[in-house]
Design a protein around this ligand. Structure first.
Ligand code: SF4
Length: 458
């Protein structure tokens, strides 16, 4: 399908072709699912909500619940107050959530709907059930990306729900960033094994990776409870993972509840996981247990065993900035050569961060934020790579480039299964990434090498 892509690249400002991002509400909806008994609500027209739900359902292979204000022409002209009021009345009457997390869409942003005013009226009219919570995030899709939406909704959790009682608790806040449920579970496992006491939000483990129990559960057992998020205001510190997705919430906790924070990369690869483990150990005043050291040793063993296949391989990487930055760090640790590094999410810091990781040896690499997959493909045509890493949309480029080895990584992955069960973070996740990259390269060798080099043992 992309066979007609040419190698001649032209700088474009006003046109995006095959964007490497999606719209803000998808991230906001996903974050809201990380609150226990929360129903995400899309304030806009039905089509937006249907798209956001279907994209998340396709990635997680789980039904994703969300409601909509169902704008028609009337709401688009006169505002969505009556649609919101009717929607909230129906939601609490029929589905009885603990929390409704409202995100806006392009349409409600353009007409300028005032969500806090709508909440105030709903409350003053006595329609909000006792103990129920309303939170909201503004998520205009003509700005930022799904990562921005995730960040805005996570910050809204702190803004609306966290409280400072005056008594500091012996607990750390963990803000895990835009991760799959298996990754969130792995972050919790590592922190628990180190012995840290923590509260983590959002938390989609046990929400979007639930077992088959033979009946539909509207609200699975997972997710951070309102009480847990409230108590985050009393924690002694916050550790946010991923600057794009988590810093806004960490800042909110600092300004509202005076909880100091520090930020780190998502624990993808060796160095970033070392930094995460060290931060948890230091903040919780614990030591690293032997089994985590053992996992680290296994990763290093695998890195040295597989370096014969991976070293000096040229790689093209695209995805969300919080994922791509530590991934590039890992590729450099593996002595691979990231040649093209792209994110669709805006932010100058992305390019600075990646350039710093690549160092002088990577001076020729093309690194761009707010870039699209068409440009990436054109660069690859002009100067090919050995491996492509990115979400499902990369498969079109891989196919057009003669079935180039391709590793699916990040969001969304729409055409493969089980990624929500297996982490890519932590030392174990890094081992899984090495296995995926090596398998992709060896599969290509098996497919294409002459008969005399077709080996049983690689
Ligand atoms: S980009 Fe805007 S209009 Fe399109 S689906 Fe997203 S929120 Fe809706």
């Amino acid at each position: 399908m992309l066979n007609a892509t040419t190698a001649e690249h032209t700088e474009r400002k006003a046109l995006r072709i095959n964007p490497a991002k999606t719209c803000q509400p998808i991230g906001a909806l996903y974050a809201a699912l990380g609150i226990h008994k929360c129903l995400p609500h899309s304030h806009g027209s039905q089509g937006c909500c249907a798209y956001h739900r279907s994209q998340l359902t396709r990635h997680f292979k789980e039904p994703v619940m969300a409601t909509t204000s169902s704008f028609t022409e009337g709401a688009s002209v006169f505002g969505g107050l009556s649609n919101m009021t009717q929607a909230l009345t129906n939601i609490f009457g029929i589905y009885q959530p603990d929390v409704v997390a409202v995100h806006t869409t392009c349409l409600s942003e353009v007409i300028g709907d005032d969500i806090p005013m709508m909440f105030k009226k709903f409350r003053e009219d006595g329609k909000l059930p006792e103990g129920a919570q309303l939170i909201h995030a503004n998520t205009p899709s003509f700005k930022g990306s799904h990562v921005t939406g995730f960040a805005n909704m996570t910050a809204a959790m702190a803004r609306y729900l966290s409280e400072r009682s005056g008594e500091v608790r012996d607990q750390l806040n963990l803000i895990p960033g835009y991760l799959d449920p298996a990754d969130m579970r792995e972050v919790k496992r590592l922190a628990t094994e180190i012995g840290a006491r923590f509260v983590m939000f959002p938390d989609t483990s046990d929400v979007l990776d639930t077992p088959q129990v033979g009946r539909f559960e509207m609200y699975p057992k997972g997710g951070a409870t309102v009480a847990q998020i409230r108590s985050a205001g009393d924690s002694f510190a916050t550790l946010g993972l991923g600057f794009w997705a988590s810093e806004a919430a960490a800042k909110e906790l600092e300004s509202k509840c005076e909880v100091p924070y520090e930020m780190g990369e998502l624990p993808i690869g060796l160095g970033a996981t070392d930094a995460f483990v060290d931060a948890i150990r230091r903040l919780a005043a614990k030591s690293v247990p032997a089994n985590i050291e053992r996992e680290r040793g296994q990763l290093i063993d695998l890195m040295s065993d597989m370096s014969q296949y991976l070293h000096r391989k040229r790689v093209a990487v695209f995805g969300d900035p919080d994922h791509v930055i530590p991934l590039v760090r890992f590729l450099v640790e593996l002595d691979m050569r990231p040649a093209y590094v792209v994110t669709g999410t805006p932010g100058k810091a992305f390019e600075e961060n990646v350039r710093q990781l690549l160092g002088p040896a990577g001076a020729d690499a093309k690194v761009k934020a707010y870039e699209d997959l068409f440009s990436l493909h054109q660069w690859m045509k002009a100067e090919p790579v050995d491996l492509l890493i990115g979400n499902t949309y990369g498969k079109y480029i891989a196919r057009a480039e003669g079935n180039l080895p391709f590793v699916r990584f990040g969001f969304p992955i729409l055409d493969r299964v089980a990624h929500r069960y297996f982490p890519t973070v932590g030392y174990r996740g890094a081992m899984r990434l090495i296995a995926a990259m090596t398998d992709a390269l060896l599969d290509q060798k098996d497919r294409e090498c002459p008969e005399e080099f077709f080996e049983l043992v690689q």
